[in-house]
Design a protein around this ligand. Structure first.
Ligand code: GLY
Length: 388
């Protein structure tokens, strides 16, 4: 049994249970500065190859490297360009070749030190390098801390869409230093917050209520609230992934709001006007609006969620996305991609109320179209009102 570092001893240690592939999710403050002490006892081999992007490496790289040296871990930092372009076949090839240039063998461990792009790319590289090596996640964005770093989904984007090439490859450790997100632009923190709200809406109404009280402060810098929210989110994700690693059932609940979000993002050609988390915020409200339309959820729940999201500065309706015009027909075409993938059935996560999400197998397309048309028309009505 290893001695825990002071920072780890003061952290929450959650466990994602997957038999031999189970791992710890350590959530706490100041963990980067003693990362070596957390990593060393969980390292299979001798060498750690850290993958980071230029921005994160510039902000926090020296601290992480110092902590690894202090713990006597042989390490090397590989820096990739920031942004989604790195999550491509070319970016993958480049990374794999750079790793092979370092003469690595199967005992090497990779560390993803960054946001979702770095995590997804590094995880995928780890799953195929020398037919699979260990990796750990050290997420530095709120979105990666509460979602993408946990659960082993890895992948890259292609011209056919995002994350269509990838693997399930679980990390050996997820090390979440909640202080790191202090240095994020507030817009990015807010976008990550939408994924936190998602957990409340799926199956934890009390958590959503708590977020209604604390959400604004949490985004603005209340470190204790942020840490508590990250712990609750990671615990929820660990429970769901532990029960359904390969998304054959319950894991699909984590897609609440995401089918709509992906359609909005794809329609906007993944442009910077709409961050993933912002699209998720709008998607969450659309899922509850559709649920109400189908008579499943009380009608005022969608309004309550929208009120909260708007209150913390997130968009909550297509009407809030004023940088372009939207068409229900085009959005439906993007949704139809999922339909094809599911043998002609439109599968969506809907809800019977806050905290009562479920997977709906055959949602009538006409009802989805009508929900989108109404949302878009509300935007039009608002614009007409403003122009008067
Ligand atoms: N981001 C959803 C999942 O990991 O399943």
């Amino acid at each position: 049994m290893n001695e825990r570092s002071a920072a780890e001893a003061a952290s929450d240690i959650l466990r994602l249970e997957l038999g031999e592939r189970s791992y710890d999710i350590v959530v706490g403050r100041g963990l980067i500065d003693c990362a070596g002490e957390s990593i060393a006892p969980r390292l299979g081999g001798r060498r750690l190859l850290v993958v980071s992007d230029k921005t994160v490496a510039g902000f926090h790289g020296a601290r992480l490297e110092g902590a690894l040296s202090q713990a006597g871990i042989e390490h090397h930092m590989l820096v990739i360009p920031p942004g989604e372009d790195s999550k491509s076949f070319r970016g993958l090839e480049d990374l794999l070749c750079r790793l092979l240039d370092l003469n690595c063998d199967r005992t090497v461990t990779l560390a993803a030190f960054g946001g979702g792009v770095v995590g997804d790319l590094t995880g995928f590289a780890a799953s195929i390098l020398l037919r699979g090596v260990d990796f750990i996640q050290i997420p530095t964005t709120l979105l990666a801390q509460v979602d993408s770093s946990v659960g082993g989904k890895t992948g890259i984007n292609t011209r056919h869409g995002k994350n269509l090439i990838g693997s399930f490859h679980q990390p050996r450790l997820v090390l979440v230093d909640t202080d790191v997100t202090d240095s994020l632009p507030e817009r990015e923190r807010r976008a990550g917050y939408a994924e936190i709200v998602k957990y409340g809406l799926i199956d934890d109404a009390a958590f959503f209520e708590w977020l209604e009280q604390k959400g604004g402060a949490l985004i603005a810098g209340d470190a204790a609230a942020r840490r508590q929210a990250v712990v609750t989110s990671c615990r929820a994700k660990a429970r769901i992934v532990g029960a359904d690693e390969r998304e054959r059932g319950a894991r699909a609940l984590l897609n609440l709001g995401h089918t709509f979000a992906h359609a909005l993002e794809a329609e906007n050609a993944y442009g910077p006007e709409l961050l993933h988390g912002e699209a998720v915020a709008v998607g969450l409200v659309l899922a509850f609006t559709l649920s109400a339309r189908l008579g499943l959820s009380p009608p005022d729940e969608a309004a309550r969620i929208a009120r909260h999201l708007t209150g913390v500065g997130l968009p909550a309706s297509i009407a809030d996305l004023r940088f372009r015009s939207w068409s229900a027909e085009s959005l439906m075409n993007h949704l139809a991609f999922d339909k094809k993938a599911r043998e002609g059935k439109l599968r969506l996560v809907l809800a019977r109320g806050i905290g009562k999400a479920f997977i709906a197998e055959d949602v009538p397309p006409a009802e989805i179209t009508a929900t989108l048309e109404t949302a878009i028309a509300e935007g039009g009505a608002e614009a007409a009102e403003a122009a008067r």
